[in-house]
Write a protein that binds this ligand. Structure first.
Ligand SMILES: [Ca+2]
Ligand SMILES: [Ca+2]
Ligand SMILES: [Ca+2]
Length: 448
């Protein structure tokens, strides 16, 4: 029956747009909506995209079906200040055999901590929390944070806690630093300062951290000016609060010469609020091969930073999605070359629309990568006359139909058979919602 109908199906997936990169067309699509300030996304060896939400949720999204699972809520997250709460997440590289994940969050108005959880796959929840680093002074803003695991070491970027910039130069404080620790939270014997977590100093608020090209890259919020991209090298000083951006005033030059300061490889003035950063190395989008992708909050855009062959310099900057999705908090590159962005429009500075916050997928339109392109829902017949049939692999709770100018003409509990006899002929959008009325799929339909 279904095969017979296939010839007549004109249904198309809806609501993607395009970025033209010369020879490659990148399609961008909202794949998740109604989230609440997703903060950090991490790809796991289990094949899922894990992400945090500021108030304490840990969720994961299947990158093929875009199904989202609520895995766990951390009960002692402190939500305060300028979007302080649950921040970064990173998974153990061998997650399938060592199912550990690490999160960093504020647990009071003055303290944050790194906790390791174990994933209980049988019950799809987190168990056995262990404090990895329990006493990290927190502030109303500038708490970082991103985490990266590299060669069995955990790196975390921490800000200056906003009210006390001088801590960034105080080597007895872990604030305004990038730290390096063993995966059990102990201090590695080969850290630059014996008995200290400090890997680098002099950071204001680094909210991006990624590994690529044999290098650690970090983005950092400047004041009204001098946002930075840095290459993180052990035992170097990144200048703050004495030095902003390049060492280019007399006082800065003096400080830089005596304090082993490493200048940024890129700066923005006035500030744009650079946030999550990830390294792209994939032929799926050839124009982006060997680049950094940067999600931007205040200036609401995605920035592509092409790197030199050795990764030590940025040779080109391109800007995309300006004001398209609002504030972008994080960017994640998948092994298959797709890119995911998450919005931060419900945070203290955002202007959310009804469906915020969102996760957006970017992919080369010409490629069918793995099976994410497979249609999960079939609507037939097309055009539909009196009755429309829905065949979906999703768990659907509700169905609604909207006219192209946004008027809802149908809203009912899900049933495979939808009576559309009272709807006048035309083009409509069919929306499939889950039991919580969250959008799972939208299709364009034609009613006779
Ligand atoms: Ca991330
Ligand atoms: Ca700096
Ligand atoms: Ca300067």
């Amino acid at each position: 029956m279904k095969k017979a109908f296939a010839l007549f199906i004109l249904v198309t997936s809806f609501s993607y747009s395009q970025i033209n990169l010369g020879s490659t067309v990148v399609q961008h699509t909202v794949v998740a909506s109604n989230l609440n300030i997703p903060w950090d996304m991490a790809y796991g060896a289990d094949g899922w995209i894990w992400f945090t939400e500021l108030a304490g949720n840990i969720k994961r999204m299947n990158p093929t079906t875009y199904q989202i699972q609520q895995v766990f809520t951390i009960s002692d997250v402190a939500l305060f200040g300028f979007s302080v709460g649950l921040h970064s997440i990173v998974l153990h590289p061998d997650f399938n055999n060592t199912p550990y994940l690490y999160v960093h969050y504020a647990n009071s108005n003055t303290n944050s901590k790194i906790v390791r959880y174990e994933y209980d796959s049988a019950n799809n929840t987190l168990i056995n929390p262990i404090i990895i680093l329990g006493s990290i002074p927190a502030g109303v803003s500038h708490n970082g944070s991103r985490m990266v695991i590299l060669n069995d070491k955990l790196f975390i970027s921490l800000g200056d806690t906003y009210s006390t910039p001088a801590v960034a130069q105080n080597m007895n404080s872990i604030n305004g630093k990038i730290l390096r620790m063993n995966l059990d939270g102990s201090i590695p014997s080969d850290n630059p300062i014996s008995g200290s977590y400090i890997w680098t100093a002099g950071h204001r608020n680094p909210q991006g951290l990624c590994f690529g090209n044999g290098k650690l890259y970090s983005s950092e919020h400047g004041t009204g000016a001098n946002d930075e991209i840095n290459i993180i090298e052990q035992n170097r000083n990144y200048g703050w609060p004495t030095v902003e951006g390049l060492c280019n005033t007399a006082a800065e030059v003096t400080f830089c010469n005596t304090n082993n300061v490493k200048e940024p490889i890129w700066t923005w003035s006035p500030s744009i609020a650079p946030c999550g950063v990830d390294y792209y190395q994939n032929s799926a989008i050839p124009e982006w091969d060997n680049s950094l992708l940067l999600s931007v909050l205040k200036d609401k855009r995605l920035i592509h930073l092409k790197l030199s062959a050795d990764g030590s310099q940025i040779t080109q900057q391109n800007t995309y999605l300006v004001n398209t999705y609002g504030r972008l908090r994080d960017v994640l590159v998948l092994p298959d070359g797709r890119v995911f962005l998450c919005t931060s429009n419900k945070d203290y500075a955002g202007s959310p629309i009804a469906v915020d916050d969102r996760i957006i997928q970017l992919r080369n339109q010409a490629l069918s990568i793995s099976d994410f392109e497979q249609d999960k829902t079939t609507i037939y017949p097309v055009p539909s006359d009196n009755v429309l049939y829905i065949d979906s692999k999703f768990n659907i709770g509700f169905v609604s139909i909207f006219s192209t100018d946004g008027k809802e003409v149908y809203a009912e509990k899900y049933s495979q058979t939808v009576d559309v006899s009272s709807i006048s002929s035309g083009v409509y959008y069919l929306r499939l919602l889950d039991s919580n009325k969250k959008l799972v799929e939208q299709k364009k339909i034609v009613i006779k």
